[in-house]
Ligand binder design. Structure first.
Ligand SMILES: Nc1ncnc2c1ncn2[C@@H]1O[C@H](COP(=O)(O)OP(=O)(O)O)[C@@H](O)[C@H]1O
Ligand SMILES: [Mg+2]
Length: 250
């Protein structure tokens, strides 16, 4: 047996999931190494969000196993709470607490979940807000910020728990075009700093610049996985070729 810290950070083995009759994850077998950046692409409805959500157990799976850092995903209880703080998640829709200030959004979980003293949590929150370039807005309410700024706050909030990895599900899809790059730049920096990331995105520039591997999904299955240059220049399957021809021409 390898030592626990030599195992991949994420391991998915024989994962299957159904929503009723709909088989949405089909025999998923893959691993994500420490510090690896994986971009997941594929048509709408192919299971990308469900894959992410099953990694932090926002969705349950019916078959197979998912290990995070060598530990089987907990079913419930304190193990699940720990998992949620080890696995950061950033959604398309930001999901900030609307009635709390930007600073409070970032400091809240460390105070409530980790019992970090408020003063320390706020100091660290300011550092994180600075890192994502929105420290000037710390005392505003989320609605006073642009979408790009709110999404950067959401990234800072997930970093506040010192997660082992971050899942980002279409983090720029709800943004006006001029705001996409400010969020992608933060993500590229995170990747460079060695954060383990699983990113669902159609931003091929990000994939080329920051991804170690692209996973292409279709109809719930992983159809191809390859380094970005290889995948974009020489996709193997007809489905990937068809998908790329659609997204790269418009
Ligand atoms: N909460 C849900 N209840 C029932 N079906 C769902 C639910 N969420 C997703 N699905 C279905 O699962 C499939 C995969 O969806 P999803 O993971 O959201 O795909 P993607 O993120 O690639 O667009 C789709 O057929 C979708 O309709
Ligand atoms: Mg989705």
């Amino acid at each position: 047996m390898p030592l626990q810290n030599e195992r991949p950070l994420i391991e998915m083995a024989g994962v299957n999931k159904w929503f009723g009759e709909n088989h949405v994850l089909r025999d998923i077998n893959t691993t994500v190494a420490r510090g690896e950046v994986v971009v997941v692409i594929g048509p709408s409805g192919s299971g990308k969000s469900t894959l992410c959500r099953s990694i932090n157990r926002l969705e349950t799976i019916q078959e197979g196993q998912i290990f995070i850092d060598g530990e089987l995903l907990p079913e419930e209880g304190s193990g699940l709470a720990k998992l949620r703080s080890d696995v950061g998640m950033v959604f398309q829709s930001f999901n900030l607490f609307a009635h709390k200030s930007v600073l409070e959004n970032v400091a809240l979980a460390p105070v409530k979940v980790r019992k970090v003293p408020r003063k320390d949590a706020e100091k660290r929150a300011m550092e994180l807000l600075k890192r994502v370039g929105v420290e000037a807005h710390a005392h505003k309410m989320p609605a006073q910020l642009s979408g790009g700024q709110q999404q950067r706050v959401a990234i800072a909030r997930s970093l506040a728990m010192n997660p082992k990895l971050i899942l980002l599900d279409e983090p720029t899809s709800a943004l006006d075009p001029e705001m996409i790059n400010e969020v992608l730049d933060v993500m590229v920096e995170l990747a460079k700093e060695g954060m383990t990331m699983v990113v669902v995105t159609h931003e091929m520039g990000f994939a080329r610049k920051a991804a170690d591997r692209v996973i292409f999904m279709d109809e719930g299955a992983i159809v191809e996985e390859a380094p970005p240059e290889e995948f974009f220049t020489n996709p193997q399957s007809a489905r990937a070729k068809d998908f790329l021809s659609k997204i790269l021409t418009n």
